[in-house]
Design a protein. Structure first.
Length: 1255
């Protein structure tokens, strides 16, 4: 690699650096060598990441060499040079404090906004010659591999993880110390995905492994909030003393500094905290009354219980009540504007609730104990989000501890200068999704008040970094201008500043202001004009004309999501969108980040498809597409900015921010250089625009055009806010025709003079993934989830190999295993959700013609989209077939369903969904699957369609049971039909399979009446194989016998009964409890006389030491005699059937008769299991009557008390007693105790059951 010497430091660079890159690295070295801060702006595409990495690592190596020289000189000359500055050995090393040992060499902390951006940085690091010790920090949500912990929500993950670590019950954590020094884990440069992969491979916790690697790392990668948020900094034990901190994409630092130090406390948060404390308080009171000293809450590890007195819990509750009362006591004006108070008011308000600098430690410790106590508790009624929010709020308000002996009020006054307190009515509670509570009812309540504590100065967080001892702080981005005002906002010195030019030539960039459309109408995104028909129509026509002359990819940025949605809705109604799609299919940025990767993947593929005319991507400023994504070369030849994205002017936070800056400027006097509120307001819009237009030029040989389609860009002040590398090329046009003419000429010249871009690998055809999604009020583009998490998909210019050749695969394709336990023939299409995904992964790419078709909004309908906050819940997705090109098969339905689920759920819930699929695939545990699906889909009516659509992927023997559950939970069936519950091998089998049941119960007779009541179908004479072999002493449970038996069970009892029998059999295999399994089997098989043979044939599964007990039970239930060898079904006198001698039974006397009520047989099972009669019963023979096959009946859950069917049942946690919700409500109102076991119960402690035990 080329080497360059800059400021006395030799830097290894992957290629010969450009002049602007050398200047950039010189400024970085100046900051490092002098130990000062710097603000460095360099346009997007100039290699800032590479310059930072190579420069800082070269400087560290230079320091290490200088220290080594010092050590060698000490040994050779025998002299001590401790008092001499290191600069005496090499003036280029440092001019700051002397560094005399290796441990004094500063660590490098590289921070960016997201982990995806950090992954790009680590990828760039691998392309250099430097191999430092690297550590990347992430959250438990990203790194945890413990199957139980990773299913919890974010804050519950933290407390449950701590609980398991403290008790040493997490074997992944226990392996950290032992395996952290292994070469494969310690040596290579690992990103987040590598950590998780290697952690799973070596059975070591990636989260604690990364924290362990941090101690020895030379460079540490982390997101912004880990540094700027004092809570996160403390939680990750980040030591900043003497470090070099680099903030990449620093244009976001101001916002994140303010947000990390602010909060909004809603009435729902306080109520949730009080509910959790009440729950713990009642439980601890009950424990105290019963004299118990400890109560275990975790099902995994023993717990010592909550180490708090009842009085302390009651005091904590009183503090929350006082805080709630203090907020409610604030008088508000008649309108909804709220009231604003100085920042110091927060300490007065909290003091009324006895929350002060002196008491905050005890309160935080108590809250942490309660959350830890509730961590890992199952049930839908446990909610600790409110308590966690209160903990975070107290830490924010009292973030700085007062010095010893000084009053906390002085510290509070010093902190509060950067804050404002705003209290306003809660107006959005009706939009918030209601908490899942089966007992909740619609009740009117008093409107609450929201307490907001907003920080308006990023200097609060930046000064804290300096106070922690940071040696050098470098802020870098492509959009920091004007640098002077940016430095003033931070309120810390930045002696080194740089505003770099771009590396491109004049013929590579065209920039034009387009104030009017083709029809002469003025283009404007101002509040009063943005939704006018004339303006929307003119903008749509302008887009259509620009799409004709811009080759390949075209990006269109809107000020906000509502503006984009309204514009697209209007263009479709006027057929303007259709005209654009003919030229370049439209792809729309979704609000939901879960589906963004699929949309951007499809856009990239469409642009790269052979013969494609390109595509259009509609996005928003400050959105996901405008930050850090790579639209190099053909992916982004043109960028259209449709307006200035000003913040909402009437938003209270924006208004107070502007007032705060105006007050700050007035205090600084006439000579002050502070920003005014209006200047800040304009900068917010200009920086968002600058970030968006930075997508067009990504490297030295890239070229593209920028269209500023708003008449306000023609104003001098708006042009002055544009980047310095854009302003020289800017031209304002009065005629739209001249715009088209000049752009066409620009691209003709550029395509001839610029080198062709390096071809990039194209993934499988998008036409295979085309989907059609319609919604009641909205829809969004849904595409295949393949490679959604791959960085190469997001940043095509970083691809090192074709995506299709990835060795590791993605997380969803790893689920692709066929549900059915049968081989798939070469011609057979896969059936099942996971199989369809796997089949698609293994299948080759489509033809070039199919690839060229691409995917557009003709098949990706993006209707009006409303945010989750506005709608109060997740969007409802309804899957329909394509109007022209129907889906190819099950694989397409599976793919579409998976993407729809990913869009409708949060990332954590989607992970839970995929884990439930994995578990169902491996264990066939239908109960666990339904429990997971119910939590995800059944509680929100908008997701019921997804619950129903999952029916097509349920295994055949579970389909009827799923139909029943779906009907109970959603009120709609799934379309179950007779035959859906048969596996594919059995669809062609004859109905004669059921004739293996040789003998049936005569419906004219009843149990235990002392005469023959078992009849047999006529069997061929002389064929001993047709004789039923009863008992496990005769027939061994081989695979054919087991398959035949299960097939007969499914036909006789239905899929629901078969599933219950299989669950009981699995339990018997584990606990060896014959009584349990017999109770279930007998309840299923004795309800109808014709099913008794299934009870007798169940003997093939009974273990040898249980055989006598089983035979005796069969005799008790059926009235048949028994011997020590087995049980025989008597046949008709006129038939002679060959029976083995060991099955011959002895004559016994008939037993007493029972009541003539066959429907009551099931209720007498428990009495048979508890007390056995001394004598067996024998029945006389009778002539059999022909029997008609019985059709399986639909099963329903019935409340034992009120006999209500198809209800949700709840069970006492202390026993097996269950009732419906209405019955429990009456019971708890009366006594709050369980009628069966007498345990004290509350509605929060009840557990929902899907398959209750018979009572």
């Amino acid at each position: 690699m080329p080497r360059v010497v800059l400021n006395g430091v030799t830097v290894d660079f992957p290629f010969q650096p450009y002049q602007c890159q050398q200047e950039y690295m010189i400024k970085v070295l100046e900051c490092l060598q002098k130990g000062v801060n710097g603000i460095l702006e360099s346009p997007t595409g100039t290699g800032k990441m590479l310059c930072h990495l190579c420069t800082t690592l070269a400087w560290r190596e230079h320091l290490r060499d200088a220290v080594s020289s010092l050590k060698i000189a000490e040994r050779v000359q025998g002299e001590l040079f401790a008092s001499r500055s290191l600069s005496s050995w090499n003036a280029a090393a440092t001019s700051g404090d002397p560094i005399a040992c290796y441990t004094d060499i500063p660590k490098i902390i590289y921070a960016s906004r997201t982990h995806s951006q950090l992954t790009q940085v680590i990828s760039e690091l691998r392309n250099t010659s430097y191999r430092p010790k690297v550590c990347v920090l992430g959250s438990r949500e990203q790194l945890c591999i413990h199957p139980e912990v990773k299913q919890e929500s974010n804050h519950m993950q933290i407390h449950l993880c701590r609980k398991k670590v403290a008790s040493r019950s997490c074997h992944f954590y226990n392996n950290v110390e032992e395996k952290s020094l292994e070469q494969e884990l310690a040596t290579p440069i690992l990103d987040i995905e590598d950590l998780v992969k290697n952690g799973s491979k070596h059975k070591v916790c990636p989260y604690y492994l990364s924290r362990n690697m941090k101690q020895q790392a030379d460079i540490i990668f982390m997101p912004y909030n880990y540094l700027l948020d004092a809570k996160s900094r403390k939680a990750h034990n980040i030591d900043l003393k003497g470090t070099v901190v680099i903030f990449d994409e620093a244009h976001n630092v101001e916002k994140i500094c303010e947000e990390s130090a602010s909060f909004d406390l809603t009435p729902r948060d306080v109520a949730s905290g009080l509910e959790a404390i009440n729950q713990v308080l009642e439980e601890q009171a009950r424990v105290a009354q019963q004299g118990e000293l400890q109560l275990e809450f975790s099902a995994d590890t023993p717990s010592t219980g909550l180490n708090m007195e009842l009085e302390d819990i009651a005091k904590l509750k009183m503090i929350l009540l006082r805080l709630e009362g203090a907020i409610d006591a604030v008088q508000l004006p008649g309108d909804d504007r709220g009231v604003t108070k100085p920042g110091s008011y927060i300490f007065e308000l909290f003091a009324e609730a006895q929350i002060t600098f002196q008491t905050k430690g005890c309160i935080l410790e108590s809250l942490d104990q309660i959350i830890q106590h509730l961590a890992g508790r199952t049930g839908v009624f446990t909610n600790t989000v409110g308590l966690q929010k209160l903990m975070d709020i107290i830490q924010i308000v009292f973030s700085v501890d007062p010095p010893e002996g000084s009053p906390g009020s002085l510290v509070g006054l010093g902190i509060s200068h950067s804050y404002k307190v705003h209290i306003h009515p809660e107006t959005s509670h009706w939009r918030t999704a209601q908490r899942s509570d089966a007992w909740s009812t619609t009740t009117s309540r008093k409107q609450g008040k929201v307490l907001s504590y907003w920080c308006f100065s990023p200097s609060h967080s930046m000064r804290e970094l300096v106070y922690q001892g940071v040696r050098t702080l470098i802020l870098t981005s492509g959009t920091l201008a004007p640098l002077s005002s940016f430095a003033l906002e931070m309120q810390i010195p930045f002696p080194v500043c740089l505003e770099n030019p771009h590396i491109i030539g004049r013929n590579q960039l065209w920039v034009g202001v387009v104030p009017r459309g083709p029809d002469g109408v003025q283009l404007s995104s101002a509040y009063d004009k943005r939704f006018s028909k004339e303006c929307l129509s003119s903008l749509g026509k302008a887009l259509g004309n620009i799409a004709r002359v811009v080759p390949q990819g075209l990006l269109v940025f809107f000020p906000s999501y509502p503006v984009m949605e309204k514009s697209l809705e209007f263009w479709r109604a006027q057929d303007l969108a259709k005209k654009v799609e003919v030229l370049k299919p439209l792809f729309v940025e979704p609000r939901n980040k879960g589906s963004f990767s699929e949309v951007i993947d499809a856009y990239y593929q469409r642009v790269a498809s052979p013969g494609s005319s390109g595509a259009t991507f509609l996005a928003v400023c400050r959105g996901k597409a405008s930050e850090g994504l790579d639209f190099s070369d053909m992916n982004g030849r043109g960028v259209i900015v449709t307006g200035l994205p000003y913040p909402p002017r009437r938003d209270p936070r924006v208004v107070l921010k502007m007032q705060f800056l105006d007050e700050l400027r007035s205090r600084s006097g006439a000579g002050g250089q502070c920003l005014s509120g209006q200047e800040w307001y304009q900068q917010q819009a200009s920086r968002a625009v600058n970030q968006a237009i930075g997508r067009v030029i990504r490297h030295r040989h890239d070229y593209g055009a920028i269209f500023l389609c708003d008449h306000r860009f023609a104003y001098a002040d708006a042009r002055a806010q544009l980047p310095s590398w854009v302003r020289p090329y800017l031209k304002v046009y009065d005629n739209f025709g001249h715009v088209v003419r000049d752009v066409a000429q620009f691209f003709r010249v550029a395509q001839k003079t610029m080198p062709l871009p390096v071809p990039q690998a194209v993934t499988s055809s998008v036409s295979e993934r085309e989907v059609s999604v319609k919604e009641a009020t909205l829809s969004s583009p849904l595409l295949s989830t393949r490679k959604a998490m791959s960085l190469d998909v997001h940043v095509p210019s970083l691809r090192q190999r074709p995506i299709g050749l990835s060795a590791s695969g993605d997380s969803e394709s790893s689920l692709c295993v066929e549900y059915e336990q049968q081989p798939i023939s070469a011609q057979q299409r896969p059936v099942g959700l996971l199989a369809a995904l796997e089949y698609n992964e293994q299948k080759g790419g489509a033809s070039e013609k199919e690839q060229a078709l691409g995917s557009s909004t003709l098949s990706l309908r993006c209707e009006k989209r409303l945010s989750v906050e506005q709608r109060g819940g997740r969007r409802k997705v309804r899957l329909v077939s394509h109007p022209k090109e129907p889906m190819a098969g099950t694989q397409d339905r599976a793919k579409l369903f998976m993407v729809a689920v990913k869009q409708a759920l949060s990332q954590a819930n989607f992970n839970t969904f995929t884990q439930a699929l994995q578990h169902y695939k491996g264990s066939d545990d239908f109960e666990a699957l339904v429990a997971s699906l119910t939590c995800l889909f059944a509680e929100d009516p908008k997701k019921h369609i997804l619950f129903k659509d999952f029916y097509q992927f349920v295994r055949p023997h579970h389909k009827q049971q799923f139909e029943d559950i779906c009907f109970q939970l959603t009120g709609q069936g799934c379309g179950y039909q007779q035959g859906h519950d048969l596996p594919f091998q059995e669809e062609a089998q004859s109905a004669a399979d059921s004739t293996s049941v040789g003998r049936q119960l005569d419906p004219g007779e009843h149990l235990n009446q002392g005469r023959p009541h078992l009849s047999a179908h006529l069997l061929p004479k002389g064929d001993p194989n047709n004789c039923p072999k009863v008992g496990c002493t005769v027939e061994k449970p081989g695979q054919p016998a087991v398959s035949t038996y299960l097939s007969d069970v499914r036909k006789a009892l239905g899929s629901a009964g078969c599933s219950q029998l299989m669950a009981a059999l699995r339990a018997y295999k584990q606990d060896d409890d014959l009584g349990k399994v017999l109770a279930v089997v007998a309840a299923l098989t004795t309800a109808k006389p014709e099913h008794l043979s299934l009870l007798q044939r169940f003997g093939m599964f009974v273990r040898p030491h249980h055989k006598p007990h089983f035979l005796q039970t069969c005799a008790d239930l059926t009235g048949l005699p028994t011997t020590s060898k087995g049980l025989e079904l008597p046949g008709p006198k006129e038939e002679s059937v060959t029976v083995p001698s060991e099955l011959a039974h002895e004559d016994t006397k008939p037993g007493p008769s029972m009541s003539n009520k066959p429907e009551k047989t099931q209720s007498k099972i428990s009495s048979f299991l508890r007390q056995r009669p001394d004598q067996s019963v024998r029945s006389d023979d009778c002539t059999p009557e022909p029997m008609k096959p019985m059709k399986p009946e639909r099963t329903a859950f019935v409340c034992p008390a009120c006999a209500a069917e198809d209800t949700v049942l709840f069970q006492c946690p202390s026993c097996d007693f269950y009732r419906c919700r209405a019955c429990w409500q009456q019971q708890l109102k009366a006594s709050r105790t369980c009628p069966d076991c007498g345990a004290v119960n509350r509605k929060q402690s009840l557990a929902q059951v899907f398959w209750p035990k018979p009572q």
